[in-house]
Unconditional design. Structure first.
Length: 164
């Protein structure tokens, strides 16, 4: 779906909301209704940094936003910036992913309550998907009830990667 900020020629309802919606595929008539200065928002799913780079290159949009893609890879924004600047992608190795998991735990712990442990039990296993030993780590993480439980799992994973 495409959202366009309303212009003076749009209906009163659209003016109150500030936007109107058009559905793809877009007809020539729909495109002619656009006026210089209209702000166009395209909504869709971007799951990888490469998806975002291709979107920017093929459409000419100014920027992108990740939602569900960031749940699968919290580093997707950093990866996108690296690719956009012509640099190599960031690693996806175990140490890098575990460091991101630690950072997520730190942020949740700093700005949330113990209930966030429940959210992390869902988020962290997604972040670890595909890593060697991830299945065993996920089994241990979903049993965590307190911050200390998460700390123990992460410390163990970093100290003894071969046993995970």
């Amino acid at each position: 779906m495409m959202h366009i900020r309303s212009s003076p020629s749009t209906s009163a309802t659209a003016e109150r909301s500030g936007r109107r919606s058009l559905k793809a595929p877009f007809s020539e008539e729909m495109m002619r209704e656009l006026q210089a200065g209209d702000q166009v928002w395209l909504s869709g799913n971007l799951f990888t940094a490469r998806d975002a780079l291709q979107c920017v290159q093929s459409t000419g949009v100014d920027t992108v936003m990740f939602a569900r893609g960031a749940l699968m890879d919290p580093a997707v924004g950093m990866r996108y910036q690296h690719l956009l600047q012509g640099r190599r992608d960031l690693p996806s190795n175990r140490d890098f992913v575990l460091r991101l998991c630690r950072e997520a735990i730190d942020v949740y712990r700093r700005y949330s309550t113990t209930r966030a442990v429940l959210k992390l039990r869902s988020l962290l296993p997604r972040m670890m998907r595909g890593l060697p030993g991830a299945k065993e780590l996920r089994k241990r993480i979903i049993l965590c009830k307190e911050w200390q439980d998460l700390e123990e799992v992460m410390t163990s994973a970093q100290r003894h990667p071969e046993t995970q």
